[in-house]
Each structure stands twice: as structure tokens, then as C-alpha cells.
Design a protein around this ligand. Sequence first.
Ligand code: COA
Length: 222
Amino acid sequence: MPPSPKDSPPLVPLVIVGCGGHGRVVRDIAEAMGRFELIAVADDKFDEMKRMEDGVWQCPVGIVPRVLRMYPGSRLVVAIGGNPVRRAIVERLALPEACYARIVHPGAHVSPRAAVAPGAVVMPGAVVNAGARIGAHAIVNSGAVAEHDATIGAYAHLSPNAAVAGGVEVGEGAHLGIGCAVIPAVAIGEWSVLGAGAAAVCDIPPRVVAVGVPAKARRVLE
Ligand SMILES: CC(C)(COP(=O)(O)OP(=O)(O)OC[C@H]1O[C@@H](n2cnc3c(N)ncnc32)[C@H](O)[C@@H]1OP(=O)(O)O)[C@@H](O)C(=O)NCCC(=O)NCCS
């Protein structure tokens, strides 16, 4: 007998921090998951808490902890595309890890032998294969691939169609541009940026911008 709606688990109230382009994509994904009910969108461009026509609250980021207390069992996700800004917001909120939702599109493949940390977002068409680990608040964008045993650090971002091969280590906050590729077992240093279309064939040091095929560090980041 098919399950009746009364057998479905109750929807989890969700707060999305950030209402830019990335925030709107995350909202679509949360909707597609069918597990969440959006209760609030937070952004520093709002200076007061206000209920919109669709029943969703708009509020400044500073009152997110209060909104979470208003809705028992609620979760949040920081949906801001810039890795350093995303980290700054998470640190400012200083909420326990358990408050964060994992946002995984139903059209992504995530191996049952992979791990996705709270606050991470996995978009449609992405693949996270066996043994891969996606860190807290990381983004695996549309069509990106984290092959077996790859480690994607907290706050890192695999842009659309970026692919990292087996055993690759992507450091905290690193940003891999659209369509770039990383061959097996290479390490991308923390907070480094790999340009769109680059191919990393050897380790990339921390805090550099590297571009090209093969990727070479072009400048150092502050
Ligand atoms: C690599 C990147 C970060 C460099 O940005 P930047 O520091 O502002 O660099 P500039 O645009 O000033 O370009 C500096 C030089 O690098 C070259 N360059 C920039 N991006 C490049 C790339 N992806 N591949 C090869 N060369 C690149 C430029 O042609 C320029 O060369 P020149 O000095 O010989 O004229 C950026 O171009 C990029 O590729 N970002 C990825 C963005 C992305 O994929 N976002 C996805 C969001 S979902």
C-alpha cells in the first residue's frame, strides 16, 4: 500500500541566509527536496523582521538565532556564494553544527558511503562518489564531481562541472572555477582559487590564484 501523507515525516522549518543568486538556487533545491518548509530568508539588506505575502519572514542576519528559537526543530543554511563571506557569517552566528541543514538536490548522486557535513549544499547533477567527504558549508555546484575518496574542505566550492578525481584533497575555502579538473591524489591548498577551465596536475599551494592547463600559480592572495 502506498504511504499516505499522514505517514510522511513533518516538514523541517528552514531559514536561508542570503537572498542573492546562490540563495535563490538553494531555495529551489530545498523546495525540490520536499523535506523543508521555508520560514525565513535572512540578509543584512533587511533591517527589520517582516512577514511577506507568501508567509515567509524576511529578517536581518543578526536575529537568525531568535528565529530558530521561535520554530522548534528548525535548521538553517548559509547560502552565500563567496567562500570567505560564508565563513564570516557562520562564525558571526556561532551556532552549533546541529543547527545546520544538509541541502542535497534529489537529482544529485551521493554515495551511501560518502559523507556530507551540515551546512553543505550539493546541487542537481552533482556526483559525490564512495568515500568522498564534503566539508561543512562547502558547495558542490551543478554537475560537479567529487570522485571516490576525495576530501572537500569546509567552505570550499566546486563550481559547475568542476571535477576532482579520486583521493584529491581540496583545502578549506578553496574555490575551483567552472569546468576545472584535478587529477588523482593532487592537493589544492586552502583558500586558493583555481581558474575556470584549469587542469591541476600537481599540488597547488595555499592562498594562490592558479590558472591554465596545466594550472600554474599566477598570484598570491592576501
Ligand atoms: C582565475 C580568476 C579568479 C582570475 O580573476 P582575476 O584575478 O580577476 O584575474 P583577471 O581577470 O584580472 O585576469 C588576470 C590574467 O589571468 C588570465 N585569466 C583569468 N582567468 C583565467 C582562466 N580561467 N584561465 C586562464 N587565464 C585566465 C587573464 O586573461 C589575465 O591574463 P593577462 O594578465 O595575460 O592579461 C577568474 O578569471 C576565474 O577564472 N574565476 C572563476 C570563476 C568561476 O568559475 N566562478 C563560478 C561561480 S559558480
